[in-house]
Ligand binder design. Structure first.
Ligand SMILES: Cc1cc2nc3c(=O)[nH]c(=O)nc-3n(C[C@H](O)[C@H](O)[C@H](O)COP(=O)(O)OP(=O)(O)OC[C@H]3O[C@@H](n4cnc5c(N)ncnc54)[C@H](O)[C@@H]3O)c2cc1C
Length: 415
């Protein structure tokens, strides 16, 4: 399996974070890079992967728009309609950012009552941004968490994943960078158990030494370097994975079921309302009393606003019984796993295995072939992983930092 194959099949961890980026440190036992502390040997508990431990398989349709998310205001009779949809595989990463940009457009109006259409990660973060800027907000949505695509995500900060497949315009790039910066900052500030956000070590397995990072962002790079964390290349004997190399970096993990519930609770806590309602046509929106409408309907925008450019990108995950002793994400594979690859993320609701990216596939039915490949891949990779040494401590990820900022002024009972 070469690096290109891994990027295609090895899952979102590689695709989302990109291989280009900031400095790579080559770790050698007893020979640390200048100025770097000696790395303690990596000692990890393998995922107990087996078919008996599979507890569910989920499917979500990523709302992909080839030209990237749409963020713009237009008039709908006497109302202002602000679009904020088409986040592909990056809605959790950039929702806070596009929500802020949508709010800037809303602020150009004098009225401070807004309707948000959609209650996924994009609608909820847009609603919170509007509230923070003084708007009374009501969310109208056909479905609420846990029944949204956003609940079906892996999910980690991957601001450009599956986001754009057509040529980028300079204007869109500016919007993207601004949105990604805001998203990155907001998610970091929400690290803590209340929002289910944490930093975690991620290992990318490969038989080929990871390429040196590309120099300055230039044309190919979309995610600024400032949003890419350190990369440490672990060579033979320095890691327990069944490949020659493992690339370690820190990533921001989001646990969707905790995160979305906390956001929804915040919207209500700050005076917002939630109404379950499906809109069939833009005319239906005219019955709303709010004069500012922010459309965060995700893939639903295809029918509601007749955006024929939108394409679903099906993503399927299988979930194993949670394992408290697994505290790292992993992706990739190699010759010793006979080409089998994994992409895993441990969460409180299970060890998530994924994922697929099937462009243009509309069905929410699990694909049995994908399920077999994903689970069998995990069994092959983790069975081939070195067992943990008993005489050394298990390597843990970065501990969660301070409690999330809202905790400080909420009663325990409220949380
Ligand atoms: C397997 C998988 C892995 C993923 N991994 C990641 C990841 O690691 N990181 C990341 O950032 N993203 C990831 N994503 C992508 C992420 O889930 C999406 O970008 C995100 O869910 C889009 O959010 P949304 O709020 O736009 O859409 P949704 O969550 O689909 O929410 C849309 C809302 O609009 C409502 N709605 C739709 N139509 C109407 C209508 N006509 N009337 C009223 N309401 C309507 C819906 O009911 C819903 O409430 C992943 C997705 C999948 C499937």
């Amino acid at each position: 399996v070469n690096r290109r194959t891994l990027l295609r099949t090895g899952g979102a961890a590689l695709v989302g974070l990109g291989f280009g980026g900031c400095a790579t440190t080559r770790s050698r036992r007893g020979d640390p890079a200048p100025g770097m502390p000696t790395q303690p040997p990596i000692n990890l508990v393998p995922v107990a992967a087996s078919w008996e431990r599979v507890i569910r398989t989920t499917v979500g349709l990523r709302p992909h728009r080839p030209s990237g998310f749409l963020l713009k205001a237009e008039r709908l009779d006497e109302k202002v309609l602000i679009h904020d949809y088409g986040h592909g595989g990056a809605g959790h990463g950039i929702g806070w950012g596009t929500g802020f940009l949508a709010t800037e457009l809303a602020m150009q109006q004098t009225k401070r009552r807004a309707a948000v259409i959609g209650c996924g990660t994009v609608g909820l973060t847009a609603a919170r941004q509007l509230q923070r800027h003084g708007f009374d907000v009501t969310i109208y949505a056909a479905s609420l968490p846990p029944e949204t695509t956003s609940n079906m995500a892996m999910a980690f900060f991957s601001p450009a994943s599956g986001l754009i497949s057509a040529a980028r315009t300079p204007e869109w790039e500016i919007q993207f960078r601004h949105a990604a910066e805001i998203g990155y900052r907001e998610l970091q500030l929400l690290v803590g158990s209340r929002y289910g956000i944490s930093w975690i070590d991620s290992y990318t397995m490969s038989d080929e030494e990871p390429a040196a990072p590309r120099e300055e962002p230039g044309s190919g790079e979309l995610v600024p370097r400032s949003m890419q964390t350190d990369r440490i290349v672990l060579g033979p004997g320095e890691h327990p994975f069944p490949t020659t190399y493992a690339l370690r970096r820190s990533i921001l993990r989001i646990e969707p079921s905790i995160y979305l519930d906390a956001l929804l609770a915040d919207v209500v806590r700050f005076g917002g309302h939630i109404v379950v309602r499906k809109f069939e046509t833009p005319r239906d929106l005219m019955s709303l009393t709010e004069s500012v409408i922010v459309n965060c309907a995700g893939l639903g925008s295809r029918e509601l606003f007749n955006d024929k450019t939108m394409v679903p990108v099906k993503g399927q995950l299988s979930v194993l019984v949670p394992q408290t002793d697994v505290d790292y994400a992993a992706s990739g594979g190699g010759a010793r796993t006979a080409g089998a690859v994994v992409s895993t993320m441990p969460r409180r609701d299970g060890i998530v295995l994924g994922t697929t990216m099937e462009r243009g596939v509309e069905t929410l039915e699990p694909n049995e072939e994908s399920r077999k490949r994903i689970v069998d891949g995990a069994v092959a990779v983790f069975n081939a992983m070195r067992r943990p040494a008993r005489d050394r401590p298990i390597t843990t990820s970065v501990p969660p930092s301070q409690p999330a900022r809202f905790d400080s002024f909420l009663d325990e009972d409220d949380v």
